[in-house]
Every structure is written in C-alpha cells, then in structure tokens.
Design a protein around this ligand. Sequence first.
Ligand code: ZN
Ligand code: ZN
Ligand code: ZN
Length: 110
Amino acid sequence: MGYAHYTLSDGREAGYGVEAICDKEGCDTEIDRGLGYLCGENPDGWRSEEEYGCGNYYCGSHQPDHECPSQGCGKFDPTGNLSCHRPAGHDGEHRDPDGSGFTETEEGEE
Ligand SMILES: [Zn+2]
Ligand SMILES: [Zn+2]
Ligand SMILES: [Zn+2]
C-alpha cells in the first residue's frame, strides 16, 4: 500500500497527501489523513484484531480525546521504551507494535 494516497475499505480517501478535517464532530481543524492523525497504528482494512484504533483521523487535541470504541491499552513497560498497542482490556501480555511482549509495569495498585 502507498502511504501518500490510498482508499480505505469504506471508500474514504486516506494518506498523508489527502487533506481533511478532524473526524470529531464539530471540530474543523485541518489535518491530513496520514498515519500521524490516525487513531490506531494501521487504517481500517489493514488493522488486525490485536491492535487498538477506530480508524478515524483526529487533530492533536482530539486524538487522545474522542469517544473511541477501540482505545489502546497504552501501558508502558518498566523501561518506558515499549508501549502496548493492543486494545484496552485485552487478555494476556501487553505487546508493542514491533511484537515485543511485556507484562505489567510498576502500576499495579488498583
Ligand atoms: Zn479535532
Ligand atoms: Zn479512536
Ligand atoms: Zn496492554
């Protein structure tokens, strides 16, 4: 797949060459549909079940703050070098996008 311009499984145009506005309702911040604005690591159609992300594109303020049906786990390993990109609430070990697994960090006091 090319990254500048491609078509999503739902027919939307995407890629960093595609100008768009934030997918958050009521927000008209101009963005592009590159991976930097995507919620998730991979767009719809290329995302595996093991990855978080709703496949929409958000500006910097709404990317971490939208009603996401598939939020990331977001836990870090104790070194802070790995972060989990599996969906929140997943079973088993946490996993970095490069496939490195790790288990829970210092936070465990719930
Ligand atoms: Zn926005
Ligand atoms: Zn999302
Ligand atoms: Zn995790």
